[in-house]
Design a protein around this ligand. Sequence first.
Ligand code: GLP
Length: 240
Amino acid sequence: MAEVIIVDSADQAGELIASEIIAVITAKPDAVLGLATGSTPLPVYRALAARRDEVDLSRVSAFALDEYVGLPVSHPESYRSVITRDVVEPLGLDPRRVHVPNGSLDTIQHAGADYEAAIEAAGGVDLQILGIGTDGHIGFNEPGSSFASRTRVKTLTMQTRRDNARFFDSIDDVPMHCITQGLGTISRARHLVLLAFGEGKAHAVAGAVEGPLTASLPGSALQLHERATVLVDEAAASQL
Ligand code: GLP
């Protein structure tokens, strides 16, 4: 069972998780962070950036959850670009230590295995930040993803493409495919921290925290983890 913390605001959640991350890095200067994209984790990154002088971040490494397939990394909405803009630059992380799955078509056949190997080589993720999609996906593990899955290519659902169309000129520009850490990959992180804000996430949060364990709601994999923390505002907690 995940520990559920109801916060007053997304900013309060950001402060709490930033403090936790600083504690992790203080205890382990070469800690490995798991990064999520989307709007939800932004308060965490902002709070951390404001406190970046409190801790030495030079040896920290990080792994993002996912990337679009076939979108040039130079595209402003590639997750490589998003992670650079939202995390690497504001925190002053060493870009060589920050990894994003490679969505380039040339290397896609072995990109999943390469990414798994890189996470292993770094010693695994200490703290994984997670958002959740309105359909209950984590990373880009859409409904139907195996709990044992590893980093691989997935097809985005229409719902997710609609949700993410706001970042593109039109829904037609949202890629059809992605490469994402699997639920099995994510579950190996030592601490999972899922954040969700707003009523639109209430159904997914309820399913993740107290629904049946089911591939139909990938976030429910959290219930199998020995250390999972869920931070939600009142609206996102409204169906618990
Ligand atoms: C995308 C990302 C997920 C993220 C989800 C929710 O699909 N791949 O990692 O959790 O969006 O996004 P948001 O936080 O913007 O609601």
